[in-house]
Design a protein. Structure first.
Length: 253
């Protein structure tokens, strides 16, 4: 069942989203070669706690960290580690969820570590662009299938693949609510968008084949062919006039 949010609920989610944006602004200034993925997790946790938010990923179904930090061929759910050190040319996705007074906002950015290759640069940029392409069809009365089809068409037109086993989702007082929002599908199908819906659109893109594998830790999802991956996500509110993004910091590109 799709849950439409009240003005109070939206206000709480916007505050969670503001803090998510603040985390990303902080990471943008700090991510560099030589730091570990656990260092990134520490920054995420401290920034959230310092701003009256709880890192909602920590403890979620037993997940051990405050962020999912996924490097290169890891698509999603990379567990931060002191042994995983970022190198010049890596790309690293940081997926976070902040909870403020019981309401959540979820987003992801893929960062370029130092100077990256042209292929990595293009993958990161196309993944981000796919999100903004999807926003063009976020209108009351349109469907989830319109979003899914837009992402898939744009990504495949650019020579990449989208993940099939992982999707975007609704969000609110729970991290994952209805509806699911796949990155592939048929336009005109699925749930119709209504004002007051709060959803996460998140292109998860593979440079090579669409196949993934989960490591023995039960979390880490990697590209089966070992090629690069990227992930970009924001929480949005569907409004009468279109949408509002709540997880970007002011001035974010």
């Amino acid at each position: 069942m799709v849950i439409l949010k009240s003005p109070r609920e939206l206000a709480l989610m916007k505050e969670a989203g503001r803090v998510v944006g603040l985390v990303f602004k902080t990471l943008e200034e700090k991510i560099k070669p030589g730091m570990s993925t656990l260092d990134i997790d520490a920054i995420v946790e401290k920034t959230m706690l310092d701003n009256d938010c709880i890192p909602a990923e920590k403890g979620y179904y037993g997940y051990p960290a405050s962020a999912c930090v996924s490097v290169n061929d890891t698509l999603i759910h990379g567990i931060p580690s002191s042994k995983e050190i970022l190198k010049e040319g890596d790309i690293v996705s940081v997926d976070i969820v902040a909870s403020y007074k019981g309401y959540m906002a979820d987003a992801c950015r893929t960062y370029k570590v130092g100077t990256v290759s042209q292929r990595a640069e293009r993958l990161v940029n196309i993944t981000k662009e796919a999100f903004f392409k999807a926003l063009e069809v976020v209108k009351v009365g349109n469907t989830i299938g319109d979003i899914s089809s837009t992402v898939q068409t744009f990504i495949e037109k650019n020579g990449y693949n989208v993940a099939r086993d992982y999707t975007g989702h609704g969000i609110g007082s729970h991290m994952h609510e209805d509806p699911s929002i796949p990155n592939f599908g048929k336009a005109g199908t699925g749930t119709r968008l209504q004002a007051g819906m709060t959803i996460c659109i998140e292109p998860m893109v593979l440079e090579g084949r669409k196949d993934t594998r989960v490591l023995k830790d039960g979390w880490t999802v990697k590209a089966k062919d070992g090629k690069l991956t990227a992930h970009y996500e924001n929480t949005i509110i569907v409004t009468e006039s279109g949408y509002e993004i709540i997880t970007m910091y002011e001035g974010e590109e």
